[in-house]
Design a protein around this ligand. Structure first.
Ligand SMILES: Cc1ncc(COP(=O)(O)O)c(C=O)c1O
Length: 451
């Protein structure tokens, strides 16, 4: 066990220490990779060293390294080593984090970290929440609470409002919990990719006039496309006046509240009834680690708690916190451990600085792009995200993504903004250097001119 374990630790340490000198990862063809694993396990076990060698050859290099300092695609996963060790401990001790009885200390750690996150977001003492797999599950969990609290789960005629920049996980969550397409009011965003309060008010009024039941607004705090933040204060006013639930999808951006720059742009976050905030994004945790925060945690519990016979010992003491009563999962891993460990190990100042760096790196990228001919900024740097394109042909942006992937130095992806293809950099990795950004833009510029 020790030898095997030490070899794995060595692999991990080498990965963390040397990654910036390595390619940003590789995507192989299905025809090459699938046959390597599409077979039955051996009847007799294999040598562990052989297995590790196979992993080093076939598995570890053949993924994109979302933790690489020059991985700027989608939302990067710049995890930290302490968090990784937290996961190793949680898995090794196989801590059961579903009930107080099964894991009282685990539940206490989770409660403590979640309550702290709630305070950071300006939520009152009544707030609580849960660590979940990621933003998708956080959005789903919050929407179940909203449905239960405001509609008593009777969804006929109910309407949910969000902008066309909202992450697809919101639509999927609504679909999963029973809402039909026509119950989702996807509203056109304004010129800054934000939900327009005017458009929202009109949509609600129109629906009320038809006898429908507007019940929930989903706002964004950092859209995936551009990092746009919806007007939270005004949306809070609308939700308050209309007696609607305000859910904030801050899966990507809400963690920025820890930094001064984030606090300035996230004003009004406390107006939400629930917030999704992913520590596995801008809080530097290993996957899977999302978090759902609910202003009145009792509403989360009423939406989810069921007391089956075989859990009668679990439910004997009302003051005990049972995470499994607040979400979908009963058996759940001890996700809070890695968050707690890394917060304690690095301290908040390190987190604040690491988040601030994300804002700055996107600004450096924008500056470098503006300094070069034929690059157009489609959405300026905000929340560690900048969107841009070269010239006016969509196919060129797509080809640039492929060219960068083949090159292996840095990786970015594209999106569509207002009907046109846009390149996009997401710069939340605090290990990214200014030189990384400059060299990435330089290569993009060279490849673009070759194309
Ligand atoms: C704004 C936003 N919401 C939700 C999600 C979904 O989160 P996850 O992939 O962790 O389930 C993402 C993922 O990038 C996101 O950016």
């Amino acid at each position: 066990m020790r030898k095997f374990g030490y070899r794995i630790i060595d692999l991990l340490v080498d990965h963390f220490a040397d990654i910036e000198g390595e390619p940003v990862g590789a995507k192989r063809n299905p025809g090459e990779l699938i046959p390597l694993f599409d077979n039955d396990p051996p009847e007799t076990g294999r040598d562990l060293n052989d297995l590790l060698a196979q992993l080093e050859h076939d598995v570890l290099p053949n993924n994109l390294h979302v933790d690489h300092p020059r991985f700027f695609a989608f939302v990067p996963g710049p995890n930290n080593f302490v968090s990784t060790m937290g996961d190793a401990l949680a898995a090794g001790f196989n801590v059961f984090n579903g009930t107080w009885l099964g894991g009282s200390a685990a539940a206490a750690v989770e409660l403590g970290v979640v309550r702290w996150l709630g305070r950071v977001c300006g939520f009152p003492d009544t707030a609580g929440g849960l660590f979940v797999s990621g933003g998708s599950m956080a959005n789903l969990t919050a929407l179940v609470a909203a449905r239960n609290a405001l509609l008593h789960d009777r969804i006929g005629g109910a309407r949910v409002y969000f902008s066309d920049q909202t992450h697809s996980s919101v639509e999927r969550a609504l679909q999963v919990i029973g809402f039909s397409r026509e119950q989702m009011r996807k509203l056109p965003s304004d010129e800054n990719f934000r939900l327009s309060v005017e458009t929202l008010r009109e949509a609600i009024a129109t629906d009320r006039a038809k006898g429908l039941r507007p019940f929930c607004i989903v706002a964004n705090a950092g859209t995936t496309n551009t990092g746009a933040i919806d007007p939270l204060l005004e949306l809070g006013d609308v939700a308050g006046a209309e007696k609607m639930w305000l859910h904030l999808d801050g899966a990507f951006g809400a963690a920025a509240i820890l930094s001064e720059r984030g606090r300035a742009v996230l004003q009004g976050i406390e107006r939400a009834d629930s917030i999704s905030l992913d520590p596995h994004k801008w809080l530097f945790q290993s996957f899977e680690c999302g978090c759902v925060l609910v202003k009145d945690v009792a509403l989360l519990k009423s939406a989810f708690q069921i007391k089956p016979d075989y859990l009668r010992d679990v439910h004997r003491n009302a003051e005990e916190f049972n995470p499994g009563d607040h979400g979908v999962q009963l058996t759940r891993s001890f996700r809070a451990l890695k968050v707690w460990l890394s917060l304690q190990a690095f301290g908040l100042t390190a987190f604040r600085e690491a988040i601030t760096r994300g804002f700055e790196l996107a600004e450096i990228a924008e500056r470098e792009l503006r300094a070069r001919r034929s690059w157009e900024i489609l959405s300026p740097a905000q929340m560690a995200t900048v969107c841009f394109r070269f010239g006016d042909r969509d196919d060129v942006q797509t080809q640039l993504v492929d060219r960068m992937m083949r090159d292996g130095y840095a990786l970015l992806t594209s999106t569509t903004l207002r009907g046109v293809a846009s390149l996009r950099l997401c710069t939340i990795n605090p290990r990214t250097t200014e030189q990384d950004i400059i060299e990435t833009i330089e290569r993009l510029d060279q490849f673009a001119r070759q194309l």
